[in-house]
Design a protein around this ligand. Structure first.
Ligand code: PLP
Length: 384
């Protein structure tokens, strides 16, 4: 996808809204603008649309519509469930287990609980970004009330063996929450099969609008989660406030489209990502992060030895890629994910996350590879 001749390869940060999604949303801004809580024709229209979308979202991840709570995004969903569950279950224990490479939406929420007296174990990862299942098992004590491990990492794309993780977590009598934000829409997700208790995800990562996301709570476990937000009781009291009906309709439509196109998209993205890595492979001093593991099909994380990261990203102005996750990318801090995988600050700073999507063409990949090579040559000459 080109904008002023810039190739967009940052689909893990966000995606453009699909035209079909925009079309589905438009009536809900004007002629069907009703508040889904109103008891008249306008409200009924809106509420019917919300429930239809809830089914579309639930279908994509294989859960019951009643297990989906609409939120403003994955970050809000993480705050609602982590804070609400931990505060509500504090009498059972005050220990939480998570991993050093989680997204800040999780780490900062858990950190706020740590400030309030919870104890937290942050699991290490190996060079490829994998956690050790035995270490996970050993870290869970009778005091552990929650384990939070993401399904796939937003920077490297590495996929954690969540079904096995759930088995370990359940065998030790606690529950698993998983951030599945980067996975939904890229590979099939079956929440029942994965045996996850709580999950969070977001519409803007899958060609839906921004400002809408979902919290999944497995109904079978009858989990006790106290409210952290207060208001009109919408979304079972977990996310009170007037519902974002156009956003919800767009999210639902985006999920429906993905469920029809996912398999084809998967192989297209994977072959383009592999082409990109083949083209970059001959570069001196290049290394691919998490390449040996099971990865998302659209994500490539690459590091370049002896290159100034700030100059690299500035000179790569013809392609939109990121250095870490979008939320931390402009802070100039080395990625906490790559550091946890053993990178030095310097190498973490001279790393790129390249993420492909629906609009990516083979031409874009070839262009991006040649731009990266060109810029590296310039930087090497300047530094020599
Ligand atoms: N979790 C992961 C893995 C993400 O990649 C992101 C977005 O960058 C989030 C959570 C936060 O999502 P949202 O922007 O919907 O709050």
């Amino acid at each position: 996808m080109n904008k002023r001749n810039v190739v967009y390869l940052d689909y893990n940060a966000t995606t453009p809204v699909d035209d079909r999604v925009v079309k589905a949303m438009l009536p809900y801004f004007r002629e069907k603008f009703g508040n889904s809580g109103s008891d008249h024709l306008f409200g009924w229209d809106a509420s019917e649309a919300v429930e239809f979308s809830r089914e579309q979202v639930a279908n994509l991840v294989n859960c019951k519509p009643s297990e989906i709570i609409f939120t403003s995004g994955a970050t809000e969903a993480a705050n609602i469930c982590i804070q609400g569950y931990c505060e509500s279950n504090r009498s059972k224990g005050n220990h939480i287990v998570t991993c050093k490479t989680e997204h800040k939406a999780i780490l900062d929420t858990i950190n706020s609980l740590e400030q309030r007296g919870f104890e937290v174990t942050y699991l290490d990862v190996d060079k490829a970004g994998n956690i050790d299942l035995q270490e996970l098992k050993d870290s869970i004590t009778p005091e552990t009330i929650l384990v939070s491990i993401m399904l796939a990492n937003n920077e490297t794309g590495i996929i954690h063996p969540i079904r096995e993780i759930a088995e370990v977590v359940h065998s030790k009598g606690t529950i698993l929450m998983s951030d599945i934000t980067q996975v939904v829409g890229k590979i099939p997700v079956d929440l029942k099969d994965l045996n996850i208790d709580i999950a969070i995800f977001s519409s803007h990562k899958l060609y839906g609008p921004k400002g809408i996301g979902a919290l999944y709570i497995n109904k079978q476990n009858k989990l006790s989660i106290e409210a952290v937000l207060y208001g009109g009781g919408q979304e079972k009291g977990f996310r009170p406030g007037t519902l974002n009906v156009p956003g919800i309709v767009g999210f639902g439509k985006a999920c429906e489209i993905i469920s029809l196109e996912l398999v084809e998209e998967y192989s297209r993205m994977e072959s383009q990502r592999n082409l990109l890595e083949d083209l970059l492979d001959p570069i001196d001093g290049i290394s691919f992060n998490s390449k040996e593991g099971k990865r998302l099909p659209n994500t490539s994380s690459v590091s370049f030895k002896n290159i100034r990261g700030d100059q690299l990203i500035r000179k790569l102005s013809a392609i939109a890629v990121s250095r870490g996750s979008a939320c931390t990318a402009n802070t100039q801090k080395p990625s906490h994910v790559l550091k946890a995988m053993g990178h030095s600050d310097e190498l973490a700073l001279s790393s790129l996350r390249i993420s492909l999507g629906r609009g990516t063409k083979v031409d874009d990949i070839e262009f991006a590879a040649s731009e990266i090579k060109k810029v590296l040559e310039i930087l090497k000459t300047v530094e020599a």
